[in-house]
Design a protein around this ligand. Structure first.
Ligand SMILES: [Ca+2]
Length: 209
């Protein structure tokens, strides 16, 4: 595996090459000093922020430009828990709608040979929500305010699950103490079929056609 930075369409992106195939990273989270703040405005999430070689969000507009056309894109997620165990998941369909459709998420066709569970399935079809733009289906509040970060959240699973099952943009805490798991970077179904919230030490989300 090797990594490099390229610039299609004039945007600096971080790519990873795995088995000869290049993946464009749109979310990178890991310990760095200082850590990037992911609880930000609609505009920031639209344009993207952070350093492509460090923690960053590529931006919803770039994500839509990349994945919103005729070409089908795949998604790969790599996540590491606080104990250093790394798992990966792949989905064969990943698409982000235009801004006038609130950057709605399509994520389908989970690859069942993945070692990371399909917590994202529960976010399929949701609009993007930030602290200043509440597009989630929770009428009593804003999931970005409640969970931290920005994301495709809903409330359709009732009281038990709240805003969703993954929070890859939540605040990063390497200590396991005193933090509600849904208010930090976390993933339910870290182990396929296991519905516990698992706090994460790093996450990468990437796409390729
Ligand atoms: Ca709401």
């Amino acid at each position: 595996m090797k990594v490099f930075v390229s610039s299609p369409a004039g945007v600096r992106v971080y790519c990873e090459v795995q088995e000869g195939q290049s993946w464009t990273v749109f979310l990178a989270r890991h310990h760095q000093t200082p850590n990037e703040n992911f609880t930000r405005s609609w505009q920031d999430h639209k344009k993207g922020f952070g350093d492509p070689e460090g923690e960053h969000w590529l931006g919803n507009e770039n994500l839509h430009t990349l994945t919103g056309g005729e070409t089908r894109y795949r998604l790969r997620v790599e996540a590491t828990n606080l104990q250093g165990e790394q798992r990966y998941g792949e989905w064969r369909v990943f698409r982000v709608a235009p801004e006038d459709n609130r950057y709605r998420l399509t994520v389908e066709q989970y690859n069942s040979s993945s070692t990371l569970g399909d917590g994202l399935n529960y976010h399929n079809g949701e609009s993007f929500t930030t602290v200043d733009r509440d597009h989630d289906t929770w009428s009593a509040g804003n999931c970005a305010v409640h969970h931290g970060g920005g994301g495709w959240w809903g409330w359709r699973w009732g009281w038990r699950w709240g805003c969703g099952l993954v929070n890859p943009t939540g605040p990063l805490h390497l200590s396991d103490l005193h933090q509600d798991p849904w208010k930090v970077m976390s993933w339910v179904f870290f182990i396929p079929g296991d519905g516990h919230w698992v706090k994460l030490s790093s996450v990468k989300m990437m796409v390729k056609s």
